[in-house]
Write a protein that binds this ligand. Structure first.
Ligand code: ADP
Length: 403
């Protein structure tokens, strides 16, 4: 089936046109700076052709309209007519407790996703905007919502409850949900294929290290713990997000600096993490370069990042009572031998030995980066979230046609 995968942010729409029979992405790209001056549409075709265009794009409806017009464009496009697209799959960030798997979108589903806005005010409104924009541009086409939280719906209560008054969980569903579910699901399954283990007995840790970072413990095929929480702010050090901190810090700083709620939200989400620590960049490539040139703060930011990641690996191995494989994925995980080596340094005591040469050679591709003698296998696996969304969308649409 030919599936258009859509990932809507506040001012951007990322897209990928996937043929699920072959798993091939025919085209992908994005629209950036929606509603601002100088919006840009990019197209990357499967045959290597690339193009970028400027346009006036006021909202998500116009963004989807533009994406469709480039997909069918005689010079830049890959299909003849938009009717060739059989369904649209949306990445939806928060499914709350309602959605434990992907669903065909109807009015009731949209209403329920809207209810989850309270849990994800920074994400879900844009996802709904994307769904409505497709409704306007491709009326009648089946749409499927694939939730970032769904893979983590198997977390046991001891992992998802916060030690807060229980009434907050009852009344407001305040609990750990976890995110990046499609990515953790994909790389976990690929790791099982690679190590040939029995899924029911294999214990795997997957580390998704992009601009947002999260780490998941998967035991017997189920996500049993994950570092992001009620929102994607908890856990590891990220590009601009702080991850775990003493919750009192924010109350303390809000008082001292007289910050509003919006300012405090921005401080934690946009001005912290690698960016906050280094003061120069949220991009790991820049920090590695700067630290090579002797920048002490860039070095410190990398140190904090890797140290906290290592602590989570230890914690999740303890939580599962063992570890068979560790997977690195996403921008930093797939491309940075330095971060992988620094994170795994000192973990030889529990049978995890990195092969320096293999680690260095494995950049932007799949590979085993642990030594033959290592009891824990360590892999680098490029994530394919869009493929997971496309395959799930195709499956759900096919099932709905049978009914
Ligand atoms: P997103 O979460 O936006 O999808 P990505 O998965 O693309 O993000 O990851 C972005 C991060 O990956 C950035 O911090 C970037 O610096 C980092 N990255 C990309 N290539 C490299 C590299 N060669 N070395 C180190 N970090 C890299």
């Amino acid at each position: 089936m030919l599936i258009l995968v859509i990932n809507c942010g506040s001012s951007s729409v990322k897209y990928q046109l996937v043929q699920t029979d072959t798993g091939e992405a025919l085209a992908r790209g994005s629209v950036e700076r929606i509603g601002m001056s100088g919006a840009v549409i990019s197209v990357f075709r499967h045959d290597g052709y690339e193009a970028k265009f400027g346009a006036e794009i006021l909202d998500h409806i116009m963004a989807i309209e533009q994406i469709l017009s480039y997909l069918v464009h005689p010079k830049h496009g890959v299909i003849k007519d938009k009717s060739e697209i059989e369904a649209v799959g949306h990445r939806v960030v928060h499914g709350g407790q309602k959605f434990t798997s992907s669903v065909l979108i109807d009015e009731e589903v949209i209403a329920n996703i809207r209810q989850c806005i309270e849990l994800a005010p920074l994400h879900n409104p844009h996802n709904i905007r994307g769904i409505n924009a497709v409704l306007r541009n491709l009326p009648g086409l089946p749409q499927v919502a694939v939730f970032d939280t769904a893979f983590h719906s198997t977390l046991p209560k001891r992992a998802f409850l916060y030690p807060l008054p229980y009434v907050l969980y009852r009344r407001y569903e305040i609990r750990r949900y976890g995110f990046h579910g499609t990515s953790h699901y994909f790389v976990y399954n690929r790791a099982i294929e690679l190590c040939g283990g029995d899924k029911n007995k294999t214990k795997v840790i997957t580390a998704h290290l992009g601009n947002g970072c999260s780490i998941t413990a998967v035991d017997g095929g189920k996500s049993v713990d994950t570092s992001m929480g009620l929102t994607p702010l908890e856990g590891l050090v990220m590009g601009t997000r702080c991850g775990d901190i003493d919750p009192s810090i924010i109350l303390h700083v809000m008082g001292r600096e007289e910050l509003s709620l919006a300012e405090a939200t921005a401080l934690l989400n946009k001005h912290s993490g690698l960016w906050g620590l280094s003061g120069t960049s949220s991009d790991m490539r820049d920090l590695i370069e700067e630290s090579k040139n002797g920048d002490k703060r860039a070095q410190m930011a990398i140190d904090v990042y890797c140290y906290r990641l290592k602590k989570y690996i230890g914690a999740y191995a303890a939580a599962m009572g063992g570890l068979d494989a560790l997977v690195f994925t996403a921008g930093v995980g797939e491309n940075s031998p330095l971060v992988r080596a620094k994170t795994c340094e000192g973990l030889e005591f529990f049978g995890l030995e990195i092969d320096k040469k293999a680690n260095k050679a494995t950049v932007g591709m799949e590979g085993l980066i642990s030594k033959k003698s290592s009891r824990v296998k360590v892999y680098t696996i490029p994530t394919k979230e869009e493929l997971v969304i496309a395959i799930d969308t195709a499956r759900i649409v096919k099932e709905s046609r049978k009914k």
